[in-house]
Ligand binder design. Sequence first.
Ligand SMILES: CC(C)(COP(=O)(O)OP(=O)(O)OC[C@H]1O[C@@H](n2cnc3c(N)ncnc32)[C@H](O)[C@@H]1OP(=O)(O)O)[C@@H](O)C(=O)NCCC(=O)NCCS
Length: 157
Amino acid sequence: MVEERRVSDSRVETVHMVRPNHLNAAGRLFGGILMQWLDEVAGLVAKRHTHSNVITASVDNLRFIKGAYQKDVVVIIGKVTYVGNTSMEVRVDTYVESVDGMRRPINRAYFTMVALDENDKPRKAPRLILETEEERAEWEAAKKRREMRIKRKEEGF
Ligand SMILES: CC(C)(COP(=O)(O)OP(=O)(O)OC[C@H]1O[C@@H](n2cnc3c(N)ncnc32)[C@H](O)[C@@H]1OP(=O)(O)O)[C@@H](O)C(=O)NCCC(=O)NCCS
């Protein structure tokens, strides 16, 4: 079994068109729908990285930067930024893409996903191969976020 994978090996990009059934009463993309799409992307990224079942342990720094509206093309990109022992951090960025291909950020979130064995118990996740300066910088930032999560968990927040 391969015990290490590149960030690019598990990168996921999905595209959705915002339709009337995705809107809230104010006519914007309903946040709950977007969160479902984000969770699906994070899960797929983690599955591709681990080649196993995974579970969402937490989501943090979820930022709704701008709204999206009917007929908008929503592009969601997920990638692994950090791997611990059994858990990994997946950053998920969401954009609205205009007809000329320009992408405007509308959301960013960080998911902690846990690799599961055949008994649904946490299992070791493959190491992450960092190839670019950006990936190394993300890893360092993710270490700080992980420390904050552990502290929050310890203190019961
Ligand atoms: C996620 C879960 C498997 C962790 O179980 P646990 O008994 O805390 O297991 P561990 O203590 O061994 O933690 C496993 C890993 O998850 C991480 N983790 C656990 N709780 C976490 C939290 N709240 N936030 C971030 N990371 C967390 C741990 O730091 C550890 O990472 P590491 O192995 O890389 O160091 C368990 O809490 C669970 O099953 N939760 C329900 C998840 C679920 O149903 N998700 C779907 C939501 S609809």
